[in-house]
Design a protein around this ligand. Structure first.
Ligand code: ADP
Ligand code: MG
Length: 681
C-alpha cells in the first residue's frame, strides 16, 4: 500500500514505449475453457463452521451500543476501584452481564443443541474459566470486548451497505398502469411483460421497456455516476433506475421488475460477498482447523493439566486465554469487510463488481485485453468517404442504411444516420447479421450485403481496395459490388492515460483484439502504446486469442478482458475477469461480465484496478496483523506470561485496527497518478 501511495505522489515517468507487435496466435481448442472461471465456482461456503459465520446477521443497534459503552465504563471503574472479595466479583459481574447477556442466552441454546464449537458457548466458557481461575477482570473483559468487536464489525457493515442502499433508492415501487378503465396506481413488482405504464416527468423508470408514446429525456447519472442523459421517443428502450426528466411517456413493459436492469444491479452488488476470494477460502479453512485445535488444547489444559498438577486455577486461566485465541470469527469478518468495502466503494462510483474473488483476481491482473470498437474507441463512427461503383453516393448510403436499420452495431448506427430518413422508408426483410462481418438483407427482392472485406469474400464478391485509411464497409447487391464507405471512430477521451495508469497498476501486457481491418486496428493500437494487436477477428477468434493468452500467462497472474458487450460477450465470460465498459443498455454484457462499468468513462478501468489492489492489500494486512497477534497471545498465554485480561485487550485492539483498515477502503478516493506526457508522433 505504501508503495502504491508513493507512486501517486510524485510524477511518474512513462514506461518506455515498446514496439507494437503483431500477435501470432496458435488457435487452441476452445473446449479447454479456463478452469477458474466464476461460472464453475460454488457459492456454498465449504467451511461454514459455527465459529466463523454464525453471527453474520447480527445487526448494529443503538441499545447495544449504549449497553456496551456502559459495560466498558463499569469494567474500567471496577478495575480501578480498590474493592476485594465478593464485592469485587459482583462489580465485575455487572459489566459481564450487561455486555454478555445475549451471548449467554445463545451459549445456552448452543449447549442445548449440541453445537460444541459454538462461538458463544466457547466465549462463555472462556469467561467462566477466567472468573473461576481468579481473574475477575479477564472474565468480564472477554464479554465486554467481544461485544465491542461485534459492534465495530456490524457498524462497519452498516456503513458499507449504505452505498448499496443508494441503488435501492433507484428501484421504484410504484407504477401507473394504463388499463381499459384508465390509469390506475399499482405495484411495480407486479408488472408483467406487455403491460402498459405511464411515467410522469420526474419519476423513476420502474421496469425496462419500450416507449410507445411521448418523447422525453432520461437521466442515467444516478446509475453511471457521471453525467449521462439520453433522449427517448417512440421505439426507444427505457431502463429501470433512470429518471424521466422532461415529459410524460408511455412505456410497454419488456420484463418484470425482478429481471429489469436495476434489480440485476442490486442483486450483483448484494451477492458479491458470496463469491469469496481464494484468500478468504484459505483463511476460513486454516482458521477452522486452528480454532478446533486450540479449543482441544484448552480442554486438555483445563481438564488434564489442572488435575495432574493440582494447580487448577493456573491452568484454567491459561485455558481461558487459549479459548479467546480460538475465536476466529472477527478475523474472517475483517478480511471479508475489506472486500465488501471495496465492492461498495466501487458501486458508489457506478462500477458493479460481482464478487470478492473478482476483486482479488483484478488486483493480480497482468495482462489486459481490449476490444476496439466501443471500448477504446467511442463507438460513434463518422463517414470519411463514400466511393460508389455504378451507382450514386446517395444510393450507396441509402442501401447501406436500409440494410443496417435493425442492427445495433456502431457502424450500422452511423450508416443509418448518414443515409438520412429515407432508409427507414424501405422494407428490408430476412435480415441476417454476422458478428464481426456485417449484414445481409433482402430489399425489394434483392440481397444487399453490407460489411467488411471478409463478408464479401465469404460470398465470393470481389471488392475494391480502399485508398483512404479507415474502416471500409463494402456494399454489394445480388453479388454485384457497388462500392464502399470509409468510416472512422475516435479514441475515447483519456484512453491513452487510462492505459498508462493500468501499467502503473501492474498490467504489464496490453493487447487489442478487433474485428476491424488491420490498418484501423494498428492506428489505434499504436496511439495507445498497446503491446500486441490482432485484427480482422471474428468473435470466435477473439475468444481463441483470449484462451491462448490465458493459458500462456504467468503463474499467479490473471487476465482481464475489456469489452463493450457487442460481439464480445463470450470473451468477457472466458477471461479471468471480464470487464464490460459503458454497458448500461446491454443486459447481456452486464450478465456476462465480472465487472460492469455502467458509465462511459474509460478511467473507470484503472480505477477498478486500484480499488481491487487496495482491497487485497488491506485484506492481507488484516490477515497478517491478526495472525501475528494470535500467535503472540497464544505463546505468551500458554507459558503464563500474559494474563487473560491483557490477552483479550490485545486481540480487541487488533480487531479494531483491522476494522478501521478495512473501512479505509470504503472511503478510498484513489487520486489518479500524474503521468508525464510524451507527445506522440
Ligand atoms: P471490434 O472488434 O473492433 O469491437 P466488431 O467485432 O464489433 O469490432 O466488428 C468487427 C468488424 O465487423 C467491423 O469493423 C465491421 O467491419 C464488421 N461489422 C460488424 N458488424 C457490422 C455491421 N452491422 N455492419 C457492417 N459491418 C459490420
Ligand atoms: Mg466492440
Amino acid at each position: 500500500m505504501a508503495k502504491h501511495l508513493a507512486q501517486k505522489e510524485k510524477p511518474i515517468k512513462k514506461p518506455a514505449r515498446r514496439p507494437l507487435q503483431e500477435l501470432t496466435i496458435r488457435i487452441p481448442d476452445r473446449s479447454k475453457a479456463k478452469k477458474n472461471k466464476r461460472h464453475t465456482r460454488s457459492v456454498e461456503d465449504r467451511f461454514q463452521s459455527a465459529m466463523l459465520n454464525k453471527t453474520l446477521d447480527r445487526k448494529f443497534t443503538l441499545t447495544d451500543l449504549v449497553l456496551a459503552g456502559l459495560a466498558l465504563v463499569l469494567l474500567l471503574v471496577s478495575y480501578f476501584l480498590p474493592t476485594h472479595g465478593l464485592i469485587r466479583l459482583l462489580s465485575f459481574l455487572v459489566p459481564f452481564l450487561l455486555a454478555g447477556y445475549s451471548y449467554l442466552f445463545e451459549a445456552f441454546q448452543e449447549a442445548f443443541m449440541g453445537i460444541v464449537l459454538g462461538r458463544e458457548l466457547i466465549i462463555t466458557l472462556a469467561s467462566l474459566m477466567a472468573f473461576f481461575g481468579g481473574s475477575n477482570f479477564g472474565g468480564a473483559a472477554i464479554m465486554v470486548f467481544m461485544k465491542l468487536c461485534d459492534l465495530a464489525l456490524s457498524y462497519a457493515e452498516l456503513l458499507q451497505s449504505q452505498k448499496i442502499d443508494a441503488l435501492y433508492a433507484l428501484r421504484s415501487d410504484k407504477a401507473t398502469i394504463i388499463s381499459n378503465s384508465g390509469e390506475v396506481s399499482g405495484k411495480a413488482s407486479e408488472l408483467q411483460e406487455g403491460d402498459l405504464i405511464e411515467i410522469a416527468a420526474g419519476e423513476l423508470i420502474p421496469v425496462d421497456g419500450v416507449v410507445i408514446g411521448g418523447t422525453s429525456v432520461l437521466d442515467a447519472s444516478a446509475l453511471t455516476r457521471s453525467n449521462s442523459s439520453f433522449a427517448v421517443s417512440a421505439g426507444s428502450r427505457v431502463l429501470s433506475g433512470c429518471t424521466n426528466v422532461s415529459a410524460p411517456i408511455r412505456v410497454k413493459v419488456e420484463c418484470p421488475q425482478s429481471e429489469s436492469l436495476i434489480s440485476s444491479l442490486i442483486r450483483s452488488a448484494e451477492n458479491a460477498w458470496m463469491h469469496k476470494s481464494a484468500q478468504q477460502r484459505l483463511l476460513q479453512r486454516i482458521m477452522s482447523y486452528a480454532a478446533a485445535g486450540i479449543v482441544a488444547a484448552a480442554i486438555v489444559l483445563a481438564l488434564v493439566f489442572s488435575v495432574v498438577t493440582g494447580q487448577w486455577r493456573l491452568w484454567l486461566l491459561r485455558a481461558s486465554v487459549l479459548l479467546t485465541v480460538s475465536q476466529m470469527y472477527a478475523v474472517v469478518q475483517t478480511v471479508k469487510l475489506a472486500y465488501d468495502c471495496a465492492a461498495s466503494n466501487a458501486a458508489g462510483k457506478g462500477l458493479i463488481i460481482k464478487g470478492h474473488d473478482v476483486l482479488e483476481a483484478l488486483s493480480r491482473a497482468e495482462t489486459m485485453v481490449f476490444d476496439k470498437t466501443g471500448t477504446v474507441t467511442v463507438g460513434k463512427y463518422t463517414i470519411k468517404g463514400v466511393f460508389p461503383r455504378g451507382i450514386t453516393e446517395d444510393q450507396l448510403l441509402f442501401l447501406a442504411g436500409a440494410a443496417e436499420l435493425h442492427s445495433d452495431h456502431p457502424i450500422a448506427k452511423a450508416l443509418v444516420n448518414a443515409s438520412g430518413a429515407y432508409a427507414s422508408d424501405v422494407e428490408a426483410v430476412d435480415i441476417e447479421e454476422t458478428p464481426g462481418r456485417g449484414v445481409c438483407a433482402f430489399i425489394d427482392g434483392r440481397s444487399v450485403y453490407v460489411g467488411n472485406g471478409a463478408l464479401m469474400e465469404d460470398h465470393g464478391i470481389s471488392y475494391d481496395t480502399p485508398t483512404v485509411p479507415g474502416s471500409a464497409i463494402h456494399v454489394a447487391i445480388d453479388n454485384r459490388y457497388v462500392g464502399h464507405i470509409v468510416m472512422e471512430d475516435a479514441l475515447r477521451d483519456g484512453a491513452f492515460d487510462a492505459v498508462e495508469e493500468l501499467r502503473l497498476c501492474g498490467v504489464s501486457t496490453t493487447v487489442m483484439l478487433t474485428g476491424d481491418v488491420h490498418s484501423a486496428a494498428r492506428k489505434v493500437a499504436s496511439s495507445l502504446n498497446f503491446d500486441l494487436v490482432k485484427s480482422e477477428l471474428t468473435p470466435e477468434e477473439k475468444c481463441s486469442s483470449v484462451d491462448y493468452l490465458m493459458s500462456n500467462r504467468n503463474v499467479n497472474t490473471t487476465l482481464a478482458f475489456v469489452g463493450d458487450g457487442i460481439c464480445d460477450t463470450d470473451a468477457l465470460k472466458l477471461a479471468t475477469v471480464g470487464i464490460a465498459l459503458g454497458c448500461l443498455d446491454r443486459k447481456e454484457a452486464i450478465a456476462a461480465s465480472d465487472v460492469a462499468i455502467l458509465g462511459e468513462d474509460i478511467h473507470n478501468i484503472p480505477r477498478a484496478c486500484r480499488i481491487a489492489k487496495a482491497a487485497s492489500e488491506a485484506a492481507t494486512t488484516n490477515m497478517i496483523v491478526c495472525g501475528a497477534v494470535k500467535v503472540l497471545v497464544l505463546l505468551l498465554g500458554l507459558f503464563g506470561v500474559m494474563g487473560v485480561g491483557l490477552a483479550v485487550t490485545l486481540q480487541t485492539a487488533a480487531v479494531l485496527f483491522e476494522v478501521l483498515n478495512a473501512l479505509r477502503i470504503l472511503y478510498f478516493e484513489e487520486n489518479r497518478p500524474k503521468l508525464r506526457r510524451e507527445k506522440k508522433q
